[in-house]
Each structure stands twice: as structure tokens, then as C-alpha cells.
Design a protein around this ligand. Structure first.
Ligand code: NAD
Length: 440
């Protein structure tokens, strides 16, 4: 498996800081609960691919913690196909999921999984075989009330549909209610049971966070010039929706490099270019730049929407934006975070900024388990309300602790999680009127 990824240490660092400030002792059962993992599965999958040969792949699924009753409220989290998938990285991302669920008031545990593979190097037919082997190896450790999967880097609606079909066929004689709820991000076409809006949910949720921060005057309300790293599911949908939220994207990149145009871009043209050439880095209506330069361009808002640790101590001083909006998971290292804080750069943290995806995954789970279809309008209305209310809670919490938005989000998540642990294990439920979750 590929080299160690420091994301886990970073999440622990922020968590430790918040726990200490809240006066929790490191050896308390609540802290031990938060810092340990329920289950770490490290698997080797064997798949016979279209070349007629057997291939082996390292695959991981990790359940962090579920402060609610597993079996009623499942774990949930994305599935990543990327060469740098490691246990350490997945531990950090699973923990992130528990915190993210709590920040937006979703009563689920956090999980994450992945396969160390470059999906671009395989045909869909081979990816389907590999995915089916993975689901088969996961066996009973996933399920609609146990652990649900969702799209992340390198996976999409087609892969989610493969997971649903394999899980359903494996369990067809076991009468598991609503087996399609084992995975979200499924296609929306008839019979596929996906939900309207899941594809754009992470980016749209981000815009609702942004709008709420503008209403609270944390961000300015004029047209924001944005620089976006990543043109995948999250980055491309951010660019697609940007004009509706008064945001102008002046630079964008993918893994091959970036392009800059102060006049902005047409999403339609970029999308066509990406479909045709499999990259936007050669797009003619812009000046070529590399990913390193892209992150230091002058703009109002820098939007990392690709991989983790891209903003670090090597480049943080050169960042030329007053706001950073983390649509990617873990794009900022703690060293960079400190530099941003000292320079007065406001960082909207991943566990708030990109929580729209997990929120609409929750609506898809509700849609599947309650067998009631949600319209697009219903999804977007609910998403906006949830993002708006919880963004305001994060701002309030950061003021209460006199700290950054990131630490405000960590404080809020930890307060909610410890409250839920104490309710579940010690019967210390808050008064109904103090219950912090926004329920729908
Ligand atoms: P994706 O695989 O669809 O797209 C990833 C993009 O990042 C691609 O354009 C790729 O070329 C680019 N990229 C990869 N490596 C890069 C590098 N070294 N430098 C610059 N660009 C690089 O992935 P996605 O689903 O859009 O996810 C992007 C980020 O958002 C990840 O951090 C993911 O965990 C996070 N996220 C995704 C979702 C979701 O719903 N898909 C939800 C929450 C958070």
C-alpha cells in the first residue's frame, strides 16, 4: 500500500485542541470513545479482469464511532478509489465523517473506505468486477442499518449502482428491508432509487453555507472571484452553480494542471472539453498554469476541491485570498491553518463546507427506507435550511469559544457527540428544549 498520509494526525490535532479547551480529560471514557475506532477492515481483493488474469487490490473499510444505536442509525461514509488510499488516511476521513454528521445534526456514525487503485487505468467492466469482489468481501459488515457507502473521489453513480445491485443480489433471500439503502449516490433513473440532487449536493450545500456566512457578514456579499482546485464531481458542480450564487470562477485545475482567465469560464465549454479530452488543463480559452501557482493566485475565495494537504507550510504564506472554502476533505494542514489564522485569512472548514453531500445521502437513505420519493425542490429546500441553521450554529460556537470557524465546528461537533454518548450510555439526555439537533 502507498505511503503514510498525515490526515489522521491532523484531525486528531484539532480534536485534541477542542477537547482540551472544553476541559475533557484525555483518559475519560468519552474521549477514548471519540479517539478510537469501532472496526478497521483491511482486505485483499482478488479479481479476474478482462485481460483474463487475476489481480489483487488492497481495500479498506473503517467504522469510527456511532453515538446512536447501530441497527437503527447506521454508520455511513464515502468510498474512494485512488492510488494513495491507506489505513491512516481512511482513519482520518472516517473520523471526519463522524464530526461532519454531528456538525449538520445528522444522527449517524462516521465511516470511510477505499481501494488503492487508479480508476482511470481500468475499464468500467473491470471496475465493476473489482467493486463486486469488494462488496462480496465486505459481506455482512455493511447494510442499510449498519454501514452505508457513498460516492467520494474516483467513484460515481455507476459504481454506487454496482454496489447496490451486488448487495441486493447477495441478500435477496434474507428479506433485508430496503436493501437499496446500503448505498447513496445511486443513479436517479427509474428503478435505481437514487435521489434528485445528490450529484450536485456537495457543491450546492457549499453554496448554502457560503450564502449563510454572507448573511451573517462573515463573508462579503459582492461578486466573489474564485479559484478552484479540482474539476471532479465537487469542483465541476461548484463551477456549474457559481453564477447563481454571484461567484465568478477565474481559475480551475485538475490533476494535469490548471487554466486561468480573469474573464471567467463557460461551464458548458469546460464540461465539453473535460468529456472530450479527459482533462481541462489544455483548454484554449485560458492561460496555462500549474497546480502550485493556482493555489497562490489573487482572488476573493480559494476553493480546494481535490485532495488533502495541498495547503501546507510550504505554500501557506503565498496564499493570496482572504477566504478559503474547503470543499475537499482535509486540504489544509494544521501548520497552514495557523499561518492563515495569524494572517487573518478565514478558513471555512471541510466538516461544514462540504457537508451537503452527506446531508443529501441522508435524504436518499430516508427516501429508500421510507419508500417515499423526494422532489428536487424538497431536497434543495431541506438542504438549504439544514446548512443555514448549522452554519449559524458554527459561527455562534466559534464566537462562544473565541476561536476560528474550524475550531467552532470541532467544538460544536464534540459537544453534540459527547452529549449523544452520555445520553446513550449513561441516560444523561439533555432536556427536550435544549436538544441541539435540527430535526426534519
Ligand atoms: P473526483 O474524483 O470526482 O475529482 C477529483 C478531482 O481532483 C479531479 O478533477 C482530479 O483531476 C483532481 N485531482 C486529483 N489529484 C489532484 C492533484 N494532485 N492536484 C490537483 N487536482 C487533483 O472527486 P470528488 O468526488 O470531486 O472529490 C473531491 C474532494 O471532495 C475529495 O477531497 C473528497 O473527499 C471531497 N468530497 C467529495 C464528496 C462527494 O460527494 N463526491 C463529498 C464530500 C467531500
Amino acid at each position: 500500500m502507498a505511503e503514510k498520509n498525515p490526515l489522521f494526525e491532523h484531525v486528531l490535532h484539532y480534536m485534541d485542541t477542542a477537547l482540551k479547551e472544553q476541559g475533557h480529560k484525555n483518559d475519560s471514557w468519552q474521549v477514548q470513545e471519540l479517539k478510537s475506532f469501532k472496526e478497521i477492515l483491511a482486505l485483499t481483493i482478488r479479481a479476474k479482469l478482462t485481460d483474463g488474469k487475476y489481480h489483487h487490490f488492497q481495500a479498506i473499510r473503517i467504522k469510527h464511532r456511532n453515538p446512536y444505536s447501530t441497527g437503527l442509525r447506521p454508520y455511513g461514509g464515502g468510498l474512494r478509489y485512488h492510488p494513495l488510499v491507506t489505513i491512516e488516511q481512511m482513519k482520518g476521513l472516517a473520523m471526519d465523517m463522524t464530526l461532519k454528521n454531528a456538525v449538520v445534526g445528522l444522527p449517524f456514525g462516521g465511516a470511510k473506505g477505499g481501494i488503492a487503485i487508479d480508476p482511470r487505468a481500468y475499464s468500467f467492466s473491470d471496475l465493476k468486477t473489482i467493486t463486486e469482489e469488494f462488496v462480496s468481501e465486505l459481506g455482512d459488515s455493511i447494510g442499510p442499518l449498519l454501514d452505508r457507502l457513498a460516492p467520494d473521489m474516483g467513484t460515481d453513480a455507476r459504481i454506487m449502482s454496482v454496489i447496490a445491485n451486488k448487495y441486493i443480489s447477495m441478500n435477496q433471500r434474507r428479506h433485508i428491508p430496503h436493501p437499496d439503502a446500503v448505498v447513496s449516490g445511486k443513479p436517479v433513473a427509474h428503478g435505481s432509487d437514487g435521489i434528485h440532487g445528490r450529484k450536485i449536493a456537495t457543491a450546492l450545500g457549499g453554496f448554502y453555507v457560503l450564502k449563510s456566512l454572507q448573511e451573517q457578514r462573515v463573508l462579503p456579499s459582492h461578486t466573489l472571484q474564485a479559484v478552484v482546485q479540482g474539476f471532479g464531481n465537487v469542483g465541476s458542480n461548484f463551477i456549474k452553480l457559481a453564477p447563481s450564487f454571484n461567484v465568478k470562477v477565474i481559475a480551475v485545475s485538475d490533476v494535469n494542471g490548471g487554466i486561468y482567465n480573469p474573464e471567467g469560464f463557460s461551464f458548458k465549454e469546460l464540461d465539453e472539453e473535460s468529456r472530450e479530452k479527459k482533462t481541462i488543463s489544455k483548454f484554449k480559452k485560458g492561460q496555462k498554469i500549474n497546480n502550485k501557482t493556482l493555489l497562490t493566485l489573487a482572488c476573493d475565495i480559494l476553493v480546494p476541491a481535490a485532495i488533502e494537504n495541498v495547503l501546507n507550510k510550504e505554500n501557506a504564506e503565498s496564499v493570496n485570498a482572504p477566504f478559503i472554502f474547503e470543499l475537499a476533505n482535509g486540504p489544509t494542514t494544521p501548520e497552514a491553518d495557523k499561518i492563515f489564522k495569524d494572517k487573518g485569512i478565514i478558513c471555512v472548514p471541510d466538516i461544514l463546507a462540504n457537508a451537503g453531500g452527506v446531508t443529501v445521502s441522508h435524504y436518499e437513505w430516508l427516501q429508500n427506507t421510507r419508500t417515499r420519493r423526494f422532489s428536487m425542490e424538497e431536497v434543495t429546500d431541506r438542504l438549504e435550511k439544514r446548512m443555514q441553521i448549522n452554519t449559524a450554529e458554527v459561527v455562534k460556537t466559534s464566537v462562544r469559544y473565541n476561536t476560528t470557524l474550524r475550531m467552532g465546528a470541532y467544538h460544536l461537533a464534540i459537544e453534540r457527540l459527547i452529549g449523544a454518548f452520555e445520553g446513550k450510555h449513561e441516560g444523561k439526555w439533555p432536556d427536550e428544549n435544549d436538544f441541539p439537533f435540527f430535526n426534519e
